[in-house]
Design a protein around this ligand. Structure first.
Ligand code: NAD
Ligand code: ZN
Ligand code: ZN
Length: 346
């Protein structure tokens, strides 16, 4: 079968022929219907040798939806023919966190040489993917695969990041989304669907701000020298209650702490390499809290899928055949993708 393989650090992934895996034990074989491209894939490709614990080569793709086609002899909890999305942050499978579907915070994460599906383990940018256990699957019913796949990371990570700051987003509050790409445009929708907050968006691209407004943001502003001042004016001088930063650069972190209201919440999701210095006494907003969410839990993924099936979430997609993976990665690098780029192996 064809698969998009990472064969060297700093080298663009290539389309290769690999053997189709056979499920053993508790493994489940899924025929891939859709696999999303995440900006994290670009960070992985660009990582310096030794920066990540993964062993090469492996197949990329950590946002995957498809149909169960074959089961190992010990599989319980799914049946052949079921349409599913894969919960990707695979942990050790034995600790208390993994037992609760919280593999994203597995107690042995530091000992593993993978972070999950398509991240050190063969992922879904291929015709088939082998999933170690049915506990990683969430049924999607009739949800189109190109919608379901991005929900398993772009949707889930946004949902989980928001879960950590939700208590700050009651009536009369303001939330700020920085970076309205694959994750950000879903964060805007999840904020609108699950909080009463006013939602503001910031991006360097005009098209991204249009996307934010189309999906429910109350206002959008370009990232400029005076953005902090504009945001303060836009909140009647008090600042914003929570910032979801999907960039995580020096500039966006600086913006976040400049516009946060005292007691506000900052969730840093983007891996932009920015640094924030904590010092007391200092200039950070009094009482502000920082979270560094990673992906999300399996129960949360089921909630995201339910939200999408209720009609509250729509993923803006650009779709490509598997063979066009290099072109899709090129567009993602150039910042030219609207919403999420999705590969369709079928
Ligand atoms: P994306 O490329 O689809 O979107 C990024 C958006 O940010 C784009 O709209 C871009 O124009 C905008 N942007 C870039 N620089 C900016 C700046 N300086 N100011 C304002 N906007 C800016 O990326 P994505 O797939 O949505 O991923 C976003 C980030 O989240 C990446 O760093 C990715 O690695 C990370 N991520 C983290 C997790 C996690 O679990 N923590 C999970 C998935 C992705
Ligand atoms: Zn991702
Ligand atoms: Zn574990």
């Amino acid at each position: 079968m064809k698969a998009v393989r990472l064969t060297g650090w700093g080298r663009e992934p290539t389309l290769a022929d690999v053997g189709c895996p056979l499920p053993r034990g508790t493994e489940v074989l899924v025929r891939v219907e859709a696999a999303g491209l995440c900006h994290s894939d670009v960070h992985v490709i660009d990582a310096a040798r030794g920066a990540l614990p993964y062993r090469l080569p492996f197949t990329l793709g950590h946002e995957v939806a498809g149909r169960v086609t074959a089961l190992g002899p010990d599989v319980e909890g799914t049946v052949a023919g079921e349409r599913v999305v894969v919960h990707g942050p695979w942990g050790c499978g034995n600790c208390a966190r993994c037992a609760a579907g919280r593999d994203n915070y597995c107690d042995r994460r530091g000992d593993l040489d993978w972070h999950g599906l398509g991240l050190g383990r063969d992922g879904g940018m291929a015709e088939y993917v082998l999933v170690p256990s049915a506990r990683h699957l969430v049924p999607i019913g009739g949800l189109p695969a190109a919608q379901a796949a991005p929900l398993s990371d772009a949707g889930l990570t946004s949902y989980h990041a928001l879960a950590g700051v939700r208590h700050a987003l009651g009536e009369g509050t303001t939330a700020l989304v920085i970076g309205v790409g694959g994750l950000g445009h879903l964060a805007v929708q999840i904020l609108r669907a699950t909080t009463p907050s006013r939602v503001l968006a910031v991006d360097i691209r005009e098209e991204a701000l249009e996307l934010a407004l189309r999906y429910g943001a109350h206002d959008g502003m370009p990232m400029r020298a005076d953005t902090a001042r504009m945001l303060r004016v836009g909140t009647g001088g008090v600042g914003v209650d929570a910032v979801l930063d999907f960039v995580g650069s020096e500039a966006t972190l600086a913006l976040a702490v400049e516009v946060l209201r005292p007691g506000g919440e900052l969730a840093v999701v983007g891996s932009g390499g920015g640094r924030l210095t904590v010092r007391k006494p200092g200039f950070l907003p009094a009482g502000f809290r920082l979270s560094l969410p990673f992906w999300g839990t399996r129960p949360e993924l089921a909630e995201v899928i339910a939200l999408a099936r209720s009609g509250a979430l729509h993923v803006e997609t650009e779709q490509f055949p598997l063979s066009a993976a290099p072109e899709a990665f090129g567009r993602l690098r150039q910042g030219r993708v609207r919403g999420r780029a999705v590969l369709l192996p079928g």
